[in-house]
Design a protein around this ligand. Sequence first.
Ligand code: PBG
Length: 334
Amino acid sequence: MSSDSTATSTITKRPRRLRRTETLRRMVRETSLTVDDLIYPMFVMEGEQQKVEIASMPGCYRFTLDLLLNEITEVYKLGIGAIALFPVIAESKKDDTGSESYNALGLVQQTVKAIKQAVPDIVVITDVALDPFTTHGHDGIVNENGVILNDPTVEVLVKMALSQAEAGSDMVAPSDMMDGRVGAIRKALDEAGYIDTRILAYSAKYASAYYGPFRDALSSAPKFGDKKTYQMDAANAKEAIKEVALDIAEGADIVMVKPALAYLDIIRQVKDYTNIPVAAYNVSGEYAMIKAAAQNGWIDEKKVILETLLSIKRAGADLILTYFAKEVALMLHK
Ligand code: PBG
């Protein structure tokens, strides 16, 4: 006789047996989240001794290089193995073609060199896209009719990736969505002897409203139009596989889906399609929503963060770029 008096003899399967204690639950847990899964996106700006909070991303800052190095030293000690670097470029250095992006003495190049000296083991991932560097805020070169030109943009992206590799970047991450850029970058890196510089390809990157807070952080919102002629249409899943297949054929070491939460199905499909590592970007708008609800006392922030990141792992991501990385590392240490 069961001790549960409501049980009937017709119940033979009792999944709840394995949920009775935390130890049992840990035994049968299918998915885990560890600090090894996390990549921390960080913002660098020019100047000294400054740390400015991003209004729409509470808890995230733009750091000047000196303070960024302290922060990176701290997060590395917490076990975070990789950071993704994004620069805030002074308006005076922006132009139509984003030429500051391949300045050997530019902000990104100097920052990479300094990080690799201060914390040599941390994996530095650099963003390859023109939007932080262009006056118009698009990820590519624009013609007089407002059309984003693919092949001339790829030429600049190649220069940018090479100058990042020269500065010591461990992994270049094209986030622009121009056609053919992964292959062009791979070829140029190999020819210049950077055979070990890896490529993290933003392969299935959607034209998403969830990027809003990030564009605030970089002051990089497009001055006209939108990014729908290069970033993907939210309705398309098969196309994500097409993009992933191309990037793998062109030499990507890791492929990425972005954003993460509204695209968990895409993460799963990409994971099932390929055996190379899959990353997902838990983007700025996803971060901002959780922060806003938590600040209002409407949700339990820590639990929601862990549940959210676990869902991205469960969907199939091996790696997660997330602004929660430091908070999660602190939580997992306790
Ligand atoms: C641009 C870029 C964007 C993000 C990363 N790289 C924004 C965009 O495509 O407009 C967004 C990241 C985020 O929202 O957290 N190359």
